[in-house]
Design a protein around this ligand. Structure first.
Ligand code: SF4
Ligand code: SF4
Length: 442
């Protein structure tokens, strides 16, 4: 079985981002394999724990990818990108690399968004991914450390059934631990024990994450964190603002100072994205130009413009997100594909120090690595969503009432479609099957 087939069978998807199926990424060999160990979102420690405690698995996955590519005629090399401040991880990787292996460690500054795929490609290779493009266009591939560990497991026949997660905020028992895929948030809260009553939940990190109050939502293969935050915390209020308020505020107070553009990581890489212009589109109806509207497709929704740059706390990101929804609904795809781009001269001075960012968000008090013994999260029920990845949802392979073993495949990739397989994360009986999810109860 090829490596791509093994990862396809094991249901491996990118664990650090949108969840692109890994077997598709492995189909085309590239020269530069970039390992993403940056973990730049404030408050998250999941990847750091993977790097420190599963170094051998990450390295095994990386070696499998390199030898698979080498067998197919390229001479691949790897760059493991880790923040210099993660000293234990840097030391663990350096110790694990053999003398003649084409693998190096690149120490990154402690800035946001150093884990962005296109940021890493430029830092590791000096090449810029074209506008609206993906790393293979410049002969590179970015893989998260957790994904590589799962690639090693896949080759040994073990499917993806859990994900390392950071759980913190206003809780008695913060922890970093593997959590079965499909665990209801209520089961995690039971283990973490919230200290306050009036709270909301932050899913993933504060920059690219979202707020929810639904305790019956479930964990996914791409979810790295869950945080209990006071309802009245300032960051919660900003993330919960409705679109109508964003537009009203923009019309009232946008100074068109262009700080949002000057700090935008994609603009600094040379892409044709200028968030201050989109605010002009909102504020003055006469300034509607198509290029500015469609440039929404170039926005990676990193949150730098609204949560760091704007002095008036406005959000070009939310406007871009809305534009993307409307463009997609109208069937208008990204027309921007300029590959002849030049990095902005000021880029090297505009990385955002993560510690200051966390302070700006008012979240410093929650930014410490949990020291308490991590509990084993063993939910009585798991609801496994069939759409955790990029592509068509998986098709159920089980029926209500059927007994399943942990690791058994329960969702298959539809014939001829881009997709990912799913496996039972707990042993039990299937209590519900829908087109969206499969629920298993112990
Ligand atoms: S930084 Fe804020 S105030 Fe300045 S142009 Fe951008 S949205 Fe407007
Ligand atoms: S969220 Fe803002 S800063 Fe980030 S890519 Fe989009 S426009 Fe640029």
């Amino acid at each position: 079985m090829t490596l791509a087939e093994a990862t396809r069978k094991a249901g491996v998807i990118g664990s650090g981002g949108a969840g692109f199926p890994t077997h598709v990424k492995l189909e085309r060999p590239v020269e530069d394999v970039i390992v993403n160990g940056a973990e730049c979102e404030p408050l998250l420690y999941s990847d750091q724990v993977v790097m420190e405690t599963r170094t051998d698995r990450v390295m095994a996955g990386l070696r499998l990818v390199l030898s698979d590519f080498a067998r197919r005629g390229v001479e691949p090399k790897a760059t493991i990108c880790v923040k210099g401040k993660y000293k234990k991880s840097v030391a663990a990787f350096r110790a694990a690399i053999g003398r003649d292996e084409p693998i190096r460690v690149l120490e990154l500054e402690n800035v946001y968004p150093s884990g962005d795929e296109q940021f890493l490609v430029y830092e590791a290779t000096g090449r810029i991914v074209p506008e609206g493009g993906i790393p293979p266009m410049v002969n590179a591939l970015v893989m998260n450390v957790g994904t590589l560990a799962q690639v090693a497991e896949a080759q040994d026949g073990r499917p993806v059934t859990e994900r390392m997660m950071t759980v913190g905020g206003e809780v008695e028992n913060p922890f970093v631990a593997p959590v079965p895929v499909g665990t209801p948030f209520s089961a995690i809260l039971q283990a973490a024990m919230p200290k306050i009553e009036d709270y909301v939940l932050l899913v993933n990190g504060p920059m690219m994450g979202r707020i929810t109050e639904d305790h019956e939502e479930v964990t996914t293969k791409t979810m790295g964190g869950l945080f209990v935050l006071p309802r009245r915390q300032s960051h919660v209020s900003r993330m919960s603002r409705p679109l109508s308020t964003e537009i009203r505020l923009s019309k009232s107070v946008c100074e068109v100072c262009r700080y949002c553009t000057d700090f935008c990581p994609r603009f600094l890489l040379g892409h044709g994205l200028e968030p201050h212009k989109v605010m002009r589109v909102i504020n003055y109806d006469r300034d509607l130009d198509t290029k500015t509207i469609t440039s929404a497709w170039l926005c990676c929704e990193c949150g730098v413009c609204d949560l760091w740059a704007c002095p008036m706390f406005l959000s070009p990101r939310v406007i871009f997100r809305q534009f993307k929804k409307r463009l997609a609904a109208a069937g208008i795809r990204n027309p921007h594909n300029n590959a002849d781009v030049t990095v902005d001269h000021y880029r090297k001075f505009r990385g955002i120090p993560t510690d200051r960012l966390t302070k700006r968000l008012g979240l410093s008090m929650y930014d410490h690595r949990p020291q308490s013994q991590a509990p084993r999260v063993e939910p009585n029920k798991a609801r496994i969503r069939l759409d955790q990845h990029v592509g068509a949802p998986a098709e159920p392979m089980v029926q209500q009432g059927q007994k399943v073993a942990r690791g058994q495949m329960i969702g298959a990739i539809p014939e001829g479609k881009l997709g990912a397989a799913y496996h039972a994360s707990i042993e039990g009986r299937v209590s519900q099957v829908t087109e969206q999810s499969i629920t298993i109860e112990r």
